[in-house]
Design a protein around this ligand. Sequence first.
Ligand code: SAM
Length: 216
Amino acid sequence: MSSTRNRRGPGGGRPTWRRGMSGSLRWGEVSSSVAPYVPTPYSVVRRMMELAGAGADDVVYDLGCGDGRILFTAVEEFGVKKAVGYELKASMCESVRRNIRRKSLEGRIEVINENFFLADLSPASLVTLYLTTSGNSKLRPKFEEELRGGARIVSHDFPIQEWTTLKGGSPGHYALGSHRIYLYKVPDAYERERANLRNPKEEGRWRRIRRIFFSV
Ligand SMILES: C[S@@+](CC[C@H](N)C(=O)[O-])C[C@H]1O[C@@H](n2cnc3c(N)ncnc32)[C@H](O)[C@@H]1O
């Protein structure tokens, strides 16, 4: 399913990410587990879906899908077109697959027993996260490179540092009891701030670098 898996990084082979100075990953290194298993309560899952406006046109990717509750809620209650989960724990993936078969949702829900840093995120219109702030930081460059314009990211409890939430203002998150929900849209979450930071000469240089590194 993944075009990224066939794409070549600058060193050849599968694309990998190396940790940069800011905790993000760059070519050459793949992070593995960035969070333990803790399920999001169903009330929070539903609020995440509502806030993100999940609906029939959406393809949802849950990065670290655990027992698959976000995938099932997205498809069964919000009618999204497709939901894809990545999960490192093989036993959890097996249990999600059993539930997919039991509910005859093959074709609507897919679970992949793989490190989500190796996923191709380009088909996603809505990404859901319940990881850690540092895990989100490692994913940030991948989001900026792979997600299409208009894609939303909704994160339970942990923000994506250096990005601006859709809500804006203070606080920038929504709350449900003690749970926090952070909602972002690509590229609005990072573009305006970056544009202010960069000068036009630097921007031209980065455009050239991106062309060289990411077109191989
Ligand atoms: C806090 S749980 C969230 C589960 C589910 N998304 C939810 O909200 O109920 C995080 C999950 O991410 C998985 N995980 C952590 N790092 C991962 C990685 N690099 N690739 C795939 N799964 C990962 C963990 O095994 C764990 O099940």
